[in-house]
Design a protein around this ligand. Structure first.
Ligand SMILES: NC(=O)c1ccc[n+]([C@@H]2O[C@H](COP(=O)([O-])OP(=O)(O)OC[C@H]3O[C@@H](n4cnc5c(N)ncnc54)[C@H](OP(=O)(O)O)[C@@H]3O)[C@@H](O)[C@H]2O)c1
Length: 231
């Protein structure tokens, strides 16, 4: 029996992010979009757009269970689309990695989607729904100072590949490999400091740059000397 309304749940819909854009697009296409924001996160942008939202921290199991209790009566137990969009970043030379914020990042970027799928898969299967995990180009092609973030997304990609196989009889699965989008994802990174003392990686790069400058100067001198000799 076809249902009149389709439901999409998108995590991490803070202002100016990919999640906010997605819920707005779902609504434009006639899908009933349900957004989530971190408890205590600003939700005015969702209220203004008339979007249903609930607080959710994807790293807290009780928060996911409580979200499920709230959406079950709203969707009649069906979920057509789950978009695991919530994510955070950690920018740092690999050799200077501070493992604590990286653990937190893996909690959000990897274990969060795992928990969401664990708790909501029955609603998705009932609707023959789709799971969408927002990955990153960094999980495929490395970029400098993104080692930990890239690792979290590569792990998400790989977990998603097995999930796709296992869920294929029941639901569809999409892994989105996002390129760079102008959002607030780097807001915590802009204040991040290199470790006290000198960062090992920075030292190596400074030395390399200094060496490059010396080689450039030497070759310029050689060129001007040979120009002078040749008149
Ligand atoms: N922007 C890019 O260039 C880019 C590129 C590739 C992939 N991506 C991925 O796209 C997704 C969306 O990122 P975005 O660029 O739109 O960044 P964003 O604007 O910072 O959105 C991420 C959202 O996730 C929320 N969040 C953080 N921790 C959470 C948690 N524990 N539980 C629930 N929500 C949490 C954030 O809340 P707070 O604002 O309160 O922290 C924010 O609302 C992420 O998975 C990101 O890795 C982004």
């Amino acid at each position: 029996m076809s249902r009149a309304k389709k439901f999409a749940l998108v995590t991490g819909c803070g202002k100016g992010g990919i999640g906010e854009a997605l819920v707005k697009e779902y609504i434009r296409r006639g899908v009933y979009a349900i957004a989530t924001v971190l408890p205590n996160e600003n939700s005015e942008h969702l209220n203004e757009a008339g979007i249903t939202w609930f607080p959710l921290d994807v790293t807290v199991e009780s928060s996911i269970r409580s979200l499920k209790e709230k959406i079950l009566p709203l969707t009649n137990g069906y979920l057509d689309i789950l978009v695991n969009c919530a994510g955070i970043c950690y920018t740092m030379p690999a050799v200077d990695t501070d493992i604590n914020p990286v653990r937190r990042m893996f909690e959000v970027n990897l274990f969060g989607p795992m928990q969401m799928v664990h708790y909501l898969h029955d609603m998705l299967i009932r609707a023959s729904g789709a799971i969408v995990n927002i990955g990153s180009i960094g999980g495929v092609v490395p970029y400098v100072y993104g080692a930990s973030y890239n690792a979290s997304k590569a792990a998400l990609h790989h977990w998603s590949n097995s999930l796709r196989l296992e869920m294929s009889p029941f639901s569809t699965f999409k892994k989105v490999i996002s390129g760079e989008v102008g959002t607030n994802i780097l807001k915590n990174d802009s204040h991040r400091k290199l470790p006290k003392g000198r960062s090992n990686c920075t030292t190596i790069w400074r030395t390399l740059l200094r060496a490059k400058r010396i080689i450039l100067l030497a070759s310029r001198r050689r060129v001007s000397k040979s120009c002078a000799e040749n008149g």
